[in-house]
Design a protein around this ligand. Structure first.
Ligand code: ATP
Ligand code: MG
Length: 256
């Protein structure tokens, strides 16, 4: 699908799915884009730093994608832009067929369709594990009792059912990341975007988190995971390499 023109060139991009056609409930259908970024650029400092340069990429529903590349190459910027946490200066991003542009729509997507996991967990330190996981559900229509029940189930599903009332400071780093993953699942998102989720974990704990991602993927979630580790990237079905704000390698699009 893609050709390379020398080591420093970005790949020529050929669309492989229809950005405007992405009905729900279709898992791993290679014609169905969940996320489609088209000719996206993002700069900082009045254009002095070009973090993303004319990047096009498509994520098909049900895919497990790793994003690799050197520090400063634009990985987090790409994840933030496709996840609606940041806006591109140029280009468009579609999520499930919808152009992501209106602030209200972005809020809605961030709340209910996209789950985020970060290297530093970003748990609220004054809330227990159980409360942290309930937080994203506060604006949903769930009654308090249902919210509590769901948070408990999510924590049990990541092996944290025995630590419901612990504050983050009383948890190990691996346990904190489990809580963060449970929180990312609170509103049953279609996709989980993870920025170096094992970056702060020792190798054994990192493996446990990757096992958790495998089970989320097996359950039909779409996953996009930034990593510096080849071991982590090897768990994904597709590996995108970013350098100098461009995608330089994206060899194996998923065939459903
Ligand atoms: N808020 C910002 N203001 C100015 N420059 C920024 C900002 N965020 C990122 N950059 C710059 O944009 C470029 C891409 O940054 P980005 O964080 O996307 O890289 P990265 O690939 O995620 O790096 P790392 O692996 O170190 O996390 C870098 O040169 C970085 O310094
Ligand atoms: Mg980063």
């Amino acid at each position: 699908m893609k050709e390379r023109f020398g080591n420093d060139s970005a790949f020529i991009f050929f669309p492989r799915c229809d950005a405007k056609l992405a009905p729900r409930n279709i898992v791993s259908d290679s014609s169905q884009c969940l996320i489609s970024a088209q000719h996206v650029s993002r700069s900082y400092d009045d254009g002095q730093v070009q973090a993303l340069r004319d990047v096009s990429v498509e994520i098909v529903r049900g895919e497990y994608v790793a994003v690799t590349g050197p520090s400063g190459s634009g990985k987090s910027t790409l994840l933030n832009v496709i996840g609606g946490l940041d806006r591109p200066d140029q280009g468009q991003v579609y999520f499930a067929g919808q152009l992501m542009e209106q602030p209200q729509q972005l809020d809605q997507l961030r709340r209910s369709e996209i789950g985020y996991v970060f290297q530093s967990f970003y748990l609220l330190p004054t809330l227990t594990a159980w409360e942290n996981v309930q937080l994203p559900m506060l604006e949903s229509s769930l009654a308090a009792r249902d919210r509590q029940q769901k948070a408990k189930q999510l924590l049990m599903s990541v092996g944290m059912g025995h630590r419901l009332n612990h504050l983050p400071t009383k948890l190990s780093v691996g346990e904190r990341q489990r809580v963060a993953i449970a929180r990312s699942m609170a509103n049953d998102p279609q996709v989980i975007l993870a920025d170096e989720p094992t970056g702060n974990l020792d190798s054994k704990t990192g493996q446990e988190i990757l096992d958790l991602f495998d089970s989320l993927h097996a359950a039909g979630k779409t996953l996009v995971v930034i990593t510096h580790s080849h071991e982590v990237a090897a768990r994904a079905q597709r590996m995108i390499e970013v350098r100098d704000g461009q995608i330089v390698s994206d060899p194996t699009p998923l065939q459903a």
